[in-house]
Design a protein around this ligand. Structure first.
Ligand code: ADP
Length: 480
């Protein structure tokens, strides 16, 4: 099966968030299952990873409502893999500046024009590649119109649309968008669908026009059908409910591996998990705490935004710290949260440490050195932090929502299968109750050890996700 992935991001070339990690990893796992997976993305001015590129199409003409443009297509590959990556190069729209909002223009619609241009260019390039995809797999709002554009050019591709983040939708005045695309409303069965302001919503287009839609966890796929979590698109999603599924993301289990991670003081496996304690002492030292193997240590890593449930942790911190526990923060985000967290660390320097930064090495020290990982997100499409924490033998405390609910089984509700501590209602009391249960378990070494071992035995590899995507591809191709 030939599958073309269309994306704005791919690790290591261009990364802003989780989308890049999925696109940089899952195609490799799909290739291992025999799917000829290739990627097409813009050639931004600054590409990380310095790929060596081969010119495959010297001149492709793309016509927009603003005039004719010329593109070149170059081919590279994902590092250490045989996954081909086609880069579309075009000076006017794509190959300038960085990925989003950093292009030094005052035009608020410039970003929309760039990705509509990318989508147009993809629809022109696909028939010229000399390699025919059986299925086109698009990601997030940037590629929401690819399905419609391919169909308007007579390429009747089976399409999958993955929603990584329902919060970003790509909305432009419908008249302007369609005239930029030189597309009539009649070109796509769904183009007439607008929100109340006469806008075209690109994410909604992807949802309505693709053969199948998926999100990055089964629970989140159910939650977005509700007005509470549907971000205004719940009714479109309900319309496609029979074609909407959830597939959990994986993590890079080779990189996130406590037995090989070069950032750790002592590497360990489930068999010698006592050595994890050495990393706890190292973490205490890094935070300027007196090293103490007995005192429970909580870690938080993530964007400091409302989504991540930081309010609950802050509200409950006095209680948590009363028993002598320690709390380590790593993140950047909203000024108000950064200030609150810094203040907490100033007030309790022997118990609270805050690093307001993006720091991969320190993140790994926290995953390995903490006893418990806090992730009480308000909502969570999938979440990687909880999976990484479990891989390092650090049970998570999570709000039972989205991908957190799918990946963390409560240790008290299911003593033989539990992996962490979950709470249902997003309230300080419910969070406090889950933390108290976690601490009770922590004080029982035998049962704690069992919990850690179960966490470390989980399979969070991309291979598991790849198998689920392959099943979806087969279903979509048969149009089942
Ligand atoms: P989201 O995609 O919503 O930000 P995820 O849990 O899916 O949240 O992924 C976050 C990823 O980014 C994890 O790998 C986490 O370790 C990493 N991360 C987040 N903040 C930081 C930070 N300040 N420093 C280092 N790594 C971070």
């Amino acid at each position: 099966m030939n599958v073309l992935w269309v994306s704005a991001e791919a690790t290591p070339f261009a990364k802003v968030g989780g989308l890049a990690d999925v696109v940089g990893a899952l195609p490799i796992a799909l290739r291992r299952l025999g799917v000829d997976t290739r990627i097409i993305m813009p050639r931004y001015e600054r590409l990380a990873g310095q790929p060596s590129l081969e010119l495959v199409l010297p001149d492709v003409v793309v016509t927009t409502g603003r005039g004719q443009e010329h593109c070149r297509v170059l081919r590279g590959a994902l590092p250490n893999s045989d996954v081909p990556v086609y880069f579309i190069e075009n000076t006017a729209y794509l190959s300038r500046g960085s990925i989003y909002n950093e292009h030094g223009t005052d035009d608020p619609f410039d970003e929309l024009a760039r990705f509509l241009f990318f989508s147009l260019a993809v629809s022109e390039v696909v028939p010229l590649l000399g390699w025919e995809p059986d299925l086109v797999h698009c990601h997030d709002w940037h590629t929401g119109l690819v399905s419609t554009l391919l169909a308007s050019r007579g390429v009747a591709a089976t399409t999958i649309f993955t929603v990584h983040n329902l919060a970003h939708q790509g909305v432009w005045n419908a008249g302007e968008a369609l005239s930029f695309l030189k597309l009539a409303e009649s070109a796509g069965p769904h183009l007439a669908v607008r929100d109340g302001r006469g806008d075209l919503n690109l994410l909604q287009q992807g949802i309505l026009a693709s053969t199948y839609i998926n999100t990055v966890s089964p629970q989140y796929a159910r939650e977005i059908l509700t007005p509470e979590l549907g971000q205004g698109l719940d009714s479109s999603l309900r319309q496609r409910q029979d074609r909407l599924i959830g597939i959990l993301n994986g993590i890079d289990t080779a990189s996130y591996d406590p037995s090989r991670d070069p950032h750790l003081r002592i590497r360990y496996t489930a068999a010698d998990v006592d050595r994890k304690a050495e990393n706890k002492l190292a973490l205490h030292e890094q935070c300027g705490f007196p090293p103490d193997p007995a005192v429970p240590t909580f870690g938080f890593i993530g964007r400091l935004t409302e989504q991540k449930g930081i309010d609950l942790i802050i509200q409950h911190s006095t209680m948590m710290l009363r028993s002598g526990a320690r709390l380590i923060w790593l993140g950047t985000g909203l000024d108000a949260y950064e200030d609150l967290i810094r203040k907490l660390a100033r007030e309790r320097p022997r118990q609270v440490y805050a690093r307001i930064d993006f720091d991969e090495a320190f993140a790994r020290s926290i995953y390995a050195g903490s006893d418990l990982f806090l992730m009480p997100s308000v909502f969570e499409p999938c979440g990687l932090g909880q999976m990484i924490a479990m891989r390092y033998g650090t049970p998570p405390v999570v709000h039972a929502t989205g991908g957190l609910k799918d990946t963390v089984i409560d240790a008290d509700a299911e003593p033989n299968r539990g992996l962490g501590f979950t709470f249902d209602s997003f309230t300080p009391n419910a969070f406090a109750e889950a933390v108290a249960r976690a601490l009770r378990r922590y004080r029982n070494p035998r049962s704690w050890r069992e919990l850690i071992n179960r966490c470390m035995a989980q399979d969070f590899s991309w291979d598991r996700s790849a198998r689920a995507y392959l099943t979806l591809y087969e279903r979509a191709r048969k149009n089942l």
